[in-house]
Design a protein around this ligand. Structure first.
Ligand SMILES: [Zn+2]
Length: 89
């Protein structure tokens, strides 16, 4: 029902269609030490558990997250966290 367009340049493995209409980037399942400034730092899973990892997809220069997670991160839901915004670059 929900159609979402995601712009992806230079990525060729987009033939996987997950069940449903959720467009989720293919997680690289990176651990903290594998993150770089060009990887999405969106945490996935429970930090207390073994399978916790980071998205690891390519992130934009201006964001610590990939385009998908950047959308989630910057939803208006964050209104209550205004204090944190002033600290964010
Ligand atoms: Zn991501």
């Amino acid at each position: 029902m929900l159609k979402e367009e995601v712009e992806i340049d230079g990525v060729e493995e987009i033939k996987i269609s997950p069940a449903g209409n959720v467009i989720l980037p293919i997680s690289r399942k990176l651990v903290l030490t594998e993150l770089t400034e060009r990887t999405c730092k969106w945490p996935i899973g429970d930090p207390m558990k073994d399978d916790f990892h980071f998205c690891g997809c390519e992130s934009a220069d201006t964001s610590p997250y990939c385009s998908y997670h950047a959308k989630m991160a910057y939803q208006p839901v964050g209104e209550r966290r205004k204090a944190a915004n002033s600290a964010a670059r």
